[in-house]
Design a protein. Structure first.
Lengths: 308, 541
């Protein structure tokens, strides 16, 4: 574990090392003492037990010494933590958005990335926003973790110090695919980062289509991918106009996925279930999506087939 | 059942009151029988939750889906947590050993309110059944984790309400038991038993009872608020309704952290009884142990925020909660030093209860020290909500409270049933339990440090080695449980007849026949010396 890749790692690891060292000394020492007493004072030796009932000086010592030790531990813990809340003024600002069940990193001006790409040795501040339930953004290699709570504006900051790819995990339980809510922190040399950023910028300028925004904000894409991946539900890619085998009233029938099919699937999801998927996981969006919204979504889904 | 030792002695097991047979048990107001009712229920529920645990371990043997889907897994860790925490760990020691031995150890014939005691049991049973039912009926097992964090718990379409009601009812049972014990200790100690002549297991129950009475109502109200939010859409916690999700965490942990001390304090009380008996020597530092229990109960109220270091709470409050958390470590350390000093200079007989009590200290130390890395803010940032926390609280709750429970079971078994278990089987069971326990939970510390989050159905491939070792440990542990429980269940009726005082204990429960009579004492004893008085030395009077 002692392979921190940020400026904050050293303080955290020092505190770990101190606490673990003290722990090992006490656990081994006290265990050895217990084993020794059990052998040395065994009843089989036939010695009469001593009858003392306590010792005030001993009590004072073993109240005082642990008190001092835990205060030193507290100091190390505080010393390692305090810098985590002092963000340098020149830190670059990125908004990290958590939603069930994906991360998104907003670089401003509509530039949103699934991974957190950063230049090495530069301070970055992440403002943490949740669009639904509690999440927690955790980058083990950087020793940072802060909860992402709806309605709250939490933050974290760090300076990545080693080029490489690191795991980003969600550590506040957020429902079905909590354990799949992963992303990468990609730390690049400044020049590589600039190049990535330029490409990213030119790509990101085109606005997102309305249909996409709708299915993203409603949470559809948490379970239905738009890149063909099979998640909890079938992918949206290649859906429109395809013929699908569904289970309806217990028997398998083949239907064509037209606008009407899409509408029914949104309003009454359990009626027709595509074979290989489970019933009861999707709720009806009857009161959430209006007629016009469903039309917009269907139009957007049509575009996902273009180029195929 | 057991033979009476004298012609006139009738054990509580054979005593016939107003009702006979099964009804005699179900409507009993005898604190000993109520203790046993709790014991039998808790064993059943414990195996239900342990099997859920084993199924989760099998699922985690490889990344991705192994034997169940994500939704099933999420339901399992939720129900595992709810049953283990609310049905077993919180009530077990006070409800089983507290009920059975508290009145006897203070020289009373029963608790202060025997009917209320039976009512507590039925509340417990109803709550527990609600908890188990929530797994099977309606919208599917609750999938919120036992902590019910909002907003997820106010949105999930599963049986969250059943689980909340279960926890609410169980809380009531806990409050009533606590109240009963406080009054019992205040009003019913035998003549001559001043507060400082009361044995330390009752003292630990006294500290626990105050937490039960004062802290539990807070979680009760909090859970009702979540129900109100779900049903009536009143915005307490869900920001979509104008509520505050962090407020829930505060309210939840204001109870649920002190609840950790409800779990561990009676466990500490049990081993405090065992060390003097098996060393034939007074407890070292009676007063220090007593006041450290009260200190833990008191300071324990003010450390709840250490569950929330990463929840965006203010920097100042992180400082405050970390500081107090470290303070609460000191009384625990004092207890450990006093226990091992009790062994020093004794005449030590290594029997199963002592072996379990010593294992308790070892596992509790590991749990305690890893707790310090969670109390320290910097290190908690890294390991919060990871497998490290899972390992830590299993070391405290299972290694601590669980092993203390096993110690107590082996210690008081001859008194409860009037029979002896098989020592050799007890040692074999202990061997499996102790080995399995460490093989199961220790690797979780390591993968937790490396960044394996908790409540993960799926995980990154680098964590697999640790997960596989843990699963193997799970099976060893489960084997140990079966051996231990089998040994006790079998010998409860068929074991050799136990003498009144097989371990040469000096507290009151060892001065009456095994099993005790319905009214415990033919004549209420008069107390004229300290509780752990083994010989005629002047110091100890």
């Amino acid at each position: 574990m002692f392979s921190g890749a940020s400026n904050l790692a050293e303080g955290v690891d020092k505190a770990f090392l101190f606490i673990f060292t003290i722990a090992a000394i006490f656990i081994i020492g006290i265990t050895a003492f217990m084993i020794w007493t059990v052998i040395h004072f065994s009843r089989k030796k036939g010695k009469a037990p001593m009858q003392f009932t306590g010792n005030v000086i001993a009590e004072i010592i073993w109240t005082g010494v642990p008190l001092v030790i835990v205060m030193v531990m507290f100091y190390f813990g505080w010393h390692g933590f305090a810098p985590m809340r002092n963000v340098p003024a020149d830190a670059m600002k990125i908004t990290a958005i958590g939603r069930m069940w994906q991360w998104e990193f907003d670089y401003g001006n509509g530039m949103k990335s699934k991974d957190l790409v950063l230049p090495v040795n530069k301070a970055v501040r992440l403002d943490l926003k949740s669009e639904d339930v509690n999440h927690s953004l955790f980058i083990p290699a950087f020793r940072v973790k802060e909860d992402v709570i709806p309605g709250y504006s939490n933050y974290m900051w760090f300076i990545p110090t080693i080029v490489g790819d690191y795991e980003i995990l969600c550590t506040e339980y957020c429902g079905l695919l909590h354990s799949s809510m992963l992303a990468k922190a990609r730390i690049k040399e400044q020049a590589d980062y600039d190049k990535w950023f330029a490409d990213f910028k030119s790509e990101a300028v085109k606005p997102e289509p309305d249909g996409y925004l709708l299915i993203r904000n409603t949470g559809c894409i948490a379970c239905h991918s738009i890149d063909g991946t099979k998640l909890v539900g079938p992918s949206f890619t290649g859906l429109y106009g395809s013929s699908r085998v569904v289970v309806k009233n217990g028997s398998e029938v083949t239907v064509i996925a037209d606008e009407n099919y899409i509408k029914n699937s949104i309003l009454n999801p359990d009626l027709e279930i595509v074979t290989g998927f489970n019933k009861g996981l999707m709720k009806s969006y009857q009161e959430i999506l209006k007629e016009a919204d469903i039309k917009t979504i269907a139009d957007y889904l049509k575009t996902l087939n273009e180029g195929k | 059942m057991s033979n009476s030792e004298t012609g006139t002695h009738v054990s509580y097991l054979e005593h016939e009151g107003k009702y006979k047979g099964l009804l005699g048990w179900l409507l009993t107001t005898d604190h000993k029988k109520i203790g046993l009712l709790y014991l039998y229920c808790i064993i059943v529920f414990f195996f239900v939750a342990a099997i859920l645990g084993i199924l989760m371990r099998v699922e985690l043997i490889a990344p991705g889906q192994t034997i169940m889907g994500a939704q099933t897994y999420n339901g399992m860790f939720t129900i595992h947590g709810i049953i283990m925490i609310f049905v077993i760990v919180i009530p077990a020691l006070p409800a089983i050993f507290g009920n059975f031995f508290l009145p006897i150890m203070i020289g009373a014939k029963d608790v202060a309110f025997p009917k209320l005691n039976l009512f507590s049991f039925y509340l417990f049973l109803i709550g527990a059944i609600f908890g188990v039912l929530s797994q099977f009926i309606g919208g599917g097992a609750p999938d919120t984790g036992w902590t019910f964090y909002v907003p997820y718990s106010s949105q999930s379409s599963t049986n969250v309400i059943y689980a909340l009601i279960a926890a609410f009812i169980l809380g009531f049972s806990s409050i009533l038991t606590g109240l009963n014990f406080i009054v019992t200790m205040h009003r019913m100690r035998a003549p001559g038993m001043g507060w400082f002549r009361m044995p330390l297991f009752p003292w630990s129950l006294y500290a626990t009872a105050w937490i039960q009475v004062l802290a539990t109502p807070i979680v009760g109200i909090t859970l009702l608020m979540v129900i109100a939010e779900r049903v009536l859409k009143i915005g307490f916690f869900d920001p979509a309704l104008g509520g505050d999700p962090v407020l829930f965490q505060h309210l939840f942990w204001i109870y649920s952290h002190p609840a950790v001390y409800i779990m561990i304090l009676p466990g500490m009380g049990i081993v405090t009884e065992i060390f003097p008996t098996f060393s034939q020597k007074p407890i070292f530092g009676y007063t220090a142990i007593l006041f450290s229990s009260l200190a833990i109960a008191f300071v324990g109220y003010f450390v709840w925020g250490h569950h929330m270091y990463t929840a965006g709470i203010s920097t100042g409050s992180r400082w405050f909660f970390s500081f107090l958390t470290f303070l609460v470590a000191v009384p625990s350390a004092i207890k450990v030093f006093n226990w091992v000093s009790t062994l020093y200079g004794g005449s030590i007989e290594m029997r199963p209860p002592l072996l379990y009590a010593i294992s308790f200290i070892f596992l509790f130390m590991i749990g305690g020290f890893t707790g310090l890395t969670l109390g320290s803010v910097a290190t908690d940032i890294q390991v919060h909500d990871t497998a490290f926390v899972v390992a830590h609280f299993h070391y405290i709750i299972f290694g601590g409270m669980g092993f203390a429970f096993f110690a107590g079971m082996h210690y008081w078994f001859p008194k409860i049933f009037g029979r002896m278990y098989n020592d050799k089987l007890a040692y074999i069971g202990w061997g499996f339990l102790f080995t399995g326990f460490n093989v199961l939970y220790f690797p979780q510390f390591i993968i937790g440090l490396q960044g394996m989050p908790r409540r993960y159905f799926d995980y990154l491939p680098q964590f697999q080695t640790g997960q596989v070792i843990s699963t193997i440990g799970g099976f060893i542990l489960f084997t140990g449980l079966i051996i231990m429980v089998g040994n006790l269940v079998y010998h409860a009726k068929r074991g050799a007849i136990a003498p009144a005082n097989p371990w040469k204990g000096v507290t009151l429960e060892w001065q009456i026949p095994s099993p005790p009579s319905h009214e415990n004492f033919d004549e209420i004893p008069e107390i004229n010396h300290a509780p752990y008085f083994f010989g005629n030395t002047s110091e100890n009077k």
